[in-house]
Design a binder for this molecule. Structure first.
Ligand SMILES: NC(=O)c1ccc[n+]([C@@H]2O[C@H](COP(=O)([O-])OP(=O)(O)OC[C@H]3O[C@@H](n4cnc5c(N)ncnc54)[C@H](OP(=O)(O)O)[C@@H]3O)[C@@H](O)[C@H]2O)c1
Length: 298
C-alpha cells in the first residue's frame, strides 16, 4: 500500500498511449516502474523505451505483483477480462495492492475479481486526449476518480504528483461523465471536419478552410470561457433569423444525409441548452425543418 516514505512502484498493463504517457511522467517523478505488459513483446518493449524504464512482458505474468500499484491501461472492453486473469495469477497476493484503470466509461466495479481478493480498486481517468503524437501536457488536467478509500488516496497522490486535479465522480452513471468528453473532443472534431468539407465544396482549399474556421472556433471557445454560453452564442438562431436556418436546411440537402441530420440535432440541442426560451425556439425550428427537404413532400 502507498504510505508515507515508502518507495512507489508501478506496473502497467496495456502498453498503449495512456500507459506510456502516464508511465513516463510517473517515472520522471521518481516512481519505480515494474512490469510493462502488452499483447506482444515488441509492443511492450516499445513502451518500455517510451517510458524509459520497466520490464517488458508480452503476456500477463506474476511480475505484475512485484509492484504496489498496478495501472490497467488496456482498451475499455478488455479491462474486465484482464482483471479476471490477474485474479487467477495472484490469488490472495492481491491483498494490499492498489489496482487502478484509466477508463472513463467504466467505474471501478469492473475490477471486482481483484477487489474480491482484497485489492484496493479504483479508476483515474484523465480528461485529456492522447493521440499518437507527443504525449500531452497533464499538469492542470482534470482526472475523474472513483473507487474505494485506499484506491482513491493512491489515485489522488499520483494525480497530485503529475500536477493534475482529481475530481471524485459521484454520479450514478459514469458513462455519462465520459459522454461529456466525447461531446467536447471527438464530436467537435467531426463538426470541424464537416465545416471544412462544406467550405471545400465552395472552392476553398483544405488549408484555406481550416484557416477560415479555426479562428472562429477559437474565438467562440474563448468567449464561452470568458462570458459564458448564452452571451457567447451568435448566429441565425441566436438572432431569431429562421429564414437563414431554412436556407441552411435546403443547402445541406446536397450533402450526405448525416450533415443535415447533425445540423437538425445540434439546432435542437442549442434550443435546449442555449436558448432562454427553449419551447418557443423548438417550435420555430419545427417550422424551419418542416419547410426543408424532408418536409417538402409533406
Ligand atoms: N486515448 C485517449 O485519449 C484516452 C484518454 C483518457 C483515457 N483513456 C483510456 O485509457 C485506456 C487506454 O487507452 P489508450 O488510448 O491508451 O489505448 P491504446 O493506445 O489502444 O492502448 C491499449 C494498449 O493495451 C494493449 N492491450 C490490449 N489488450 C490487452 C490485453 N488483453 N492485455 C494487455 N494489454 C492489452 C494494447 O496492445 P496492442 O498494442 O498490442 O494492441 C495497447 O498497447 C482506455 O481505457 C481508454 O478509455 C484514453
Amino acid at each position: 500500500m502507498l504510505t508515507q516514505g515508502m518507495s512507489e512502484t508501478l506496473s502497467i498493463v496495456g502498453a498503449g498511449r495512456v500507459g506510456r504517457a502516464l508511465g513516463r511522467q510517473l517515472h520522471g517523478l521518481g516512481w519505480r516502474i515494474g512490469a510493462v505488459t502488452g499483447r506482444s513483446l515488441p509492443t511492450a518493449r516499445a513502451a518500455v523505451r517510451a517510458i524509459g524504464a520497466g520490464y517488458p512482458a508480452g503476456t500477463l505474468t506474476r511480475q505484475v505483483l512485484d509492484s504496489t500499484v498496478i495501472l490497467i491501461t488496456t482498451p475499455d472492453d478488455v479491462i474486465e477480462s484482464v482483471a479476471k486473469r490477474l485474479a487467477q495469477i495472484g490469488g490472495e497476493e492481491w491483498c494490499g495492492k492498489v489496482v487502478l484503470h484509466t477508463s472513463g466509461a467504466n467505474d471501478s466495479s469492473v475490477l471486482k475479481p481483484l477487489a474480491d481478493l482484497g485489492a484496493a480498486t479504483g479508476s483515474m481517468h484523465p480528461m485529456q486526449t492522447f493521440g499518437n503524437q507527443r504525449p500531452p501536457e497533464l499538469a492542470g488536467r482534470i482526472f475523474g476518480i472513483d473507487g474505494g478509500p485506499i484506491a482513491l488516496k493512491a489515485a489522488r497522490k499520483m494525480i497530485r504528483q503529475i500536477g493534475g486535479v482529481a475530481v471524485r465522480l459521484s454520479g450514478a452513471n459514469k458513462a455519462a461523465y465520459h459522454a461529456a468528453g466525447s461531446f467536447a473532443c471527438a464530436h467537435v472534431l467531426a463538426l470541424m471536419e464537416t465545416a471544412v468539407r462544406l467550405l471545400m465544396a465552395q472552392g476553398f482549399t483544405r488549408r484555406q478552410a481550416i484557416r477560415a474556421l479555426l479562428p472562429l472556433t477559437r474565438q467562440t471557445l474563448d468567449n464561452f470561457e470568458s462570458v459564458g454560453p448564452r452571451p457567447a452564442w451568435t448566429g441565425p438562431m441566436a438572432r431569431g433569423d429562421y429564414s437563414t436556418v431554412q436556407r441552411h436546411v435546403k443547402a445541406l440537402a446536397d450533402f450526405p444525409p448525416e450533415y443535415l441530420a447533425a445540423y437538425e440535432a445540434l439546432s435542437r440541442l442549442k434550443a435546449v441548452v442555449l436558448s432562454s426560451q427553449p419551447a418557443a425556439t423548438l417550435r420555430q425550428l419545427d417550422r424551419a425543418f418542416r419547410s426543408g427537404p424532408k418536409g417538402r413532400n409533406k
